[in-house]
Design a protein around this ligand. Structure first.
Ligand SMILES: Nc1ncnc2c1ncn2[C@@H]1O[C@H](COP(=O)(O)OP(=O)(O)OP(=O)(O)O)[C@@H](O)[C@H]1O
Ligand SMILES: [Mg+2]
Length: 432
């Protein structure tokens, strides 16, 4: 009976607000997703300073003010319409989109599940304009945009039930801000929660921003990394074993300036640390991979957190070897094979010491000659000890450890065969 009734129902095109609500389920998973979309918009608008005001973990309110270029009054209704964007105008541009990815429906999705108002002013406008409930009215305000999102999921109570406690939701929001602030140290970020300022990070360089956000343990035990191979560049900071943690919560990996949590990349880094880190410890790092946009698809996941590489195996190998060499470089430094850098100098490590490959070879030799190193500071000693153990392991392998070449095979297992990466395409750098 039921099925007969269903088969008689007419096929209807869904109204726009319902389509937006469906899309919102993917884009606006929780308050932190709103924070992410609004921050990306502010950065796309060229903001150099962004202020976030959150209430009740972002569930009650998320108001984000930027000093970017603003939106002309006549385009305001379009800004919150579905599939309206200033990012692309053609399929060709979609292929080459270099900004923070594209869906063109973030504001529309948010507006469909929360009370949204947007106040904006361009450099040319004599005053600001506000759009609220579809009406555009004059307003006051400086150049830039404020998007004010209140009462998330007020009209979809079923979704609201899935939200966690205020503190948990705030924690997710704060993590999104950290991810973006690390990618854009040149931008000032201020954040308040329930009227109290919780973070204020003035514009600075990546070494200072990462030290502020990841803390002293990372700031005093990290290695600068900068390697290129064909169209790939990997740069940033990786923590020494002393900066490792019991949880994987200090791992920031960026692809073309966007934070990603990608299994392939996480695996490559973890494998590179294999010889220097116990299995229950997680390395800390802030690293960026830059490559031609055509070699990576960033739109495979609604929140753009996963990526797909055209040649995933080459990317894995490149990341693995670059991180491994940088770790070896430190053990060489600790042996006096190369001058020891001060922590204040880490930003200039890579150019100062030339190719990491050469330094890595020096490291291996130094370790094989077993110099005395008990006078060295603890982080360096740990690396050397672990490295010695692993080199000894290569000479006399424990029964449960596969030979090095086999381990590399295991690492590569499961990834598609290598096809040559396009050597002519240039990497993009929008991190650091
Ligand atoms: N803070 C802002 N400052 C200036 N313009 C903005 C701002 N926020 C949104 N806009 C304008 O509104 C348009 C729509 O924004 P929306 O976030 O909905 O889509 P999008 O950013 O184009 O794509 P995506 O879905 O990937 O975020 C943007 O393309 C931009 O032109
Ligand atoms: Mg957007």
């Amino acid at each position: 009976m039921q099925s007969t009734q269903q088969s008689q129902r007419r096929i209807l095109a869904l109204p726009d607000h319902l389509i937006s609500q469906i899309a919102a389920g993917e884009v606006v998973e929780r308050p932190s997703a709103v924070v992410k979309e609004l921050l990306e918009n502010a950065l796309d608008a060229g903001a150099s300073s962004i202020t976030l005001r959150l209430e009740e973990g972002g569930i009650k309110r998320i108001a984000i003010t930027d000093n970017g270029r603003g939106i002309p009054a006549d385009q305001l209704p379009l800004a919150i319409a579905r599939h309206a964007t200033s990012k692309i105008a053609s399929l060709e541009e979609l292929e080459n989109v270099l900004t923070l990815g594209f869906r063109g429906e973030a504001l529309a999705s948010i507006a469909s599940v929360a009370v949204l108002s947007l106040t904006t002013r361009t450099a040319e406008a004599p005053h600001a304009w506000r759009i609220e409930n579809g009406a555009v009215t004059p307003a006051s305000g400086a150049q830039g945009t404020t998007v004010d999102v209140q009462d998330l999921y007020y009209n979809t109570p079923a979704r609201r039930k899935f939200l966690k406690s205020e503190q948990t939701e705030f924690g997710h929001c704060a993590e999104v801000v950290r991810r973006i602030a690390l990618a854009r140290p040149d931008v000032t970020f201020s954040m308040s929660h329930n009227g109290k300022v919780v973070d204020h990070w003035a514009a600075s360089a990546i070494d200072k921003r990462s030290a502020t956000i990841l803390g002293d343990a990372f700031a005093t035990a990290r290695i600068a990394l900068d390697e290129m191979a064909g169209p790939l560049r990997l740069h940033g900071f990786i923590g020494l074993p002393t900066a490792s943690k019991g949880r994987a919560d200090a791992q920031y990996f960026y692809v073309n300036g966007r934070f990603v949590r990608d299994k392939l990349l996480t695996h490559a880094v973890r494998a590179a640390y294999q010889d220097v880190l116990h299995g229950d410890r997680y390395p800390s790092y802030v690293i960026a991979l830059d490559l031609a946009p055509s070699l990576v698809d960033v739109n495979v996941h609604p929140s753009k957190i996963e990526v797909r590489f055209r040649d995933s195996r080459s990317v894995h190998q490149f990341v693995f070897h670059a991180v491994q060499r940088a770790l070896a470089q430190t053990s060489a430094t600790a042996h006096g094979s190369v001058p020891a850098p001060s922590t204040a100098d880490v930003g200039t490590l890579a150019p100062q010491f030339g190719s990491a490959r050469t330094v890595g070879m020096a490291a291996s030799k130094a370790v094989l000659h077993k110099p005395l190193h008990s006078h060295l500071p603890t982080p360096a000693r740990i690396i050397i000890n672990l490295r010695e153990r692993s080199l000894a392991g290569l000479r006399k392998r424990p029964p449960n450890m596969a030979p090095c070449s086999n381990r590399m095979k295991q690492i590569n297992k499961g990834f598609p065969a290598t096809s040559e990466l396009n050597p002519t395409s240039k990497p993009t750098t929008n991190f650091l």
